[in-house]
Design a protein around this ligand. Structure first.
Ligand code: NAG
Ligand code: NAG
Length: 171
C-alpha cells in the first residue's frame, strides 16, 4: 500500500513522457479540416461538416432560441444554431450599441468554442429600422415605404438599417 502511489506516479510520468510530445506535435500540426477550408466547393464542405455532426449537434443547429434563454452555457451545451431577439427582447433597458455588441460577441465566442466551432446566426426583426435598439432610427413601416414608389429611397432605408444592426455586433 505504501509503495503503490510512488509506483503509480512513476508509471504516469513514463506514460506522459512517451505520449505527450507526440500529442503536442499533433496539435501544432493542426489537422486539416475540409469544411473549414474556404477554397473547397461549398457542397463538399457541407457534406464534410454533416458527416462529422452528431445527432445532438444537428438538433442544436436546427434550433433558434430566444435571447432571454441564450446564456453562453446553454449555447455551448446544446450547440445552439441561432438566437433571436423577439420584439422588445433587449439585453437591458435602454441598452447602448456597445452593450448589444458585448452580448452578441459573448454568444459567438461560446458557439466557436464548441467541438465543430459553428458560429451562431443572430436573428433580429429589423424590418423598418433596427427598432429593438434604443435610439436606433425608426423608419415608416414597409407598406408606407412601398407607397413612396421610390426604390432608391427604400434601398437607402435598408442600408441605414443594416448599418445600425451591424453597429450592435449582429452581422
Ligand atoms: C426562457 O426565458 C423566459 C423569459 O425570461 C422564461 O420565462 C423561461 O422560463 C425561460 N425558459 C427556459 C427553458 O429557460
Ligand atoms: C438617446 O438619444 C438622446 C437624444 O438624442 C440622447 O440624449 C441620449 O444620450 C441617447 N441615449 C443613448 C443611450 O444613446
Amino acid at each position: 500500500m505504501a509503495r503503490s502511489p510512488p509506483a503509480a506516479a512513476v508509471a504516469c510520468l513514463l506514460v506522459a513522457a512517451v505520449f505527450l510530445p507526440a500529442a503536442a506535435g499533433e496539435k501544432a500540426k493542426a489537422e486539416y479540416v475540409k469544411y473549414k477550408d474556404p477554397k473547397q466547393p461549398i457542397n463538399e464542405r457541407v457534406d464534410d461538416l454533416l458527416n462529422r455532426m452528431t445527432l445532438e449537434e444537428k438538433i442544436g443547429q436546427m434550433s433558434q432560441i430566444e435571447r432571454a434563454n441564450a446564456t453562453t452555457e446553454v449555447i455551448e451545451k446544446y450547440f445552439v444554431g441561432s438566437v433571436l431577439s423577439g420584439g422588445g427582447s433587449v439585453p437591458s433597458e435602454k441598452a447602448t450599441a456597445s452593450v448589444w455588441q458585448k452580448m452578441v460577441a459573448a454568444m459567438q465566442k461560446a458557439a466557436l468554442k464548441t467541438r465543430l466551432g459553428i458560429p451562431i446566426i443572430y436573428g433580429i426583426d429589423a424590418v423598418h429600422g433596427n427598432n429593438n435598439v434604443y435610439n436606433a432610427t425608426i423608419f415608416p413601416h414597409n407598406v408606407a415605404l412601398g407607397a413612396t414608389r421610390d426604390p432608391n429611397l427604400v434601398k437607402r432605408v435598408g442600408d441605414a438599417t443594416a448599418r445600425e444592426a451591424r453597429a450592435t455586433g449582429i452581422p
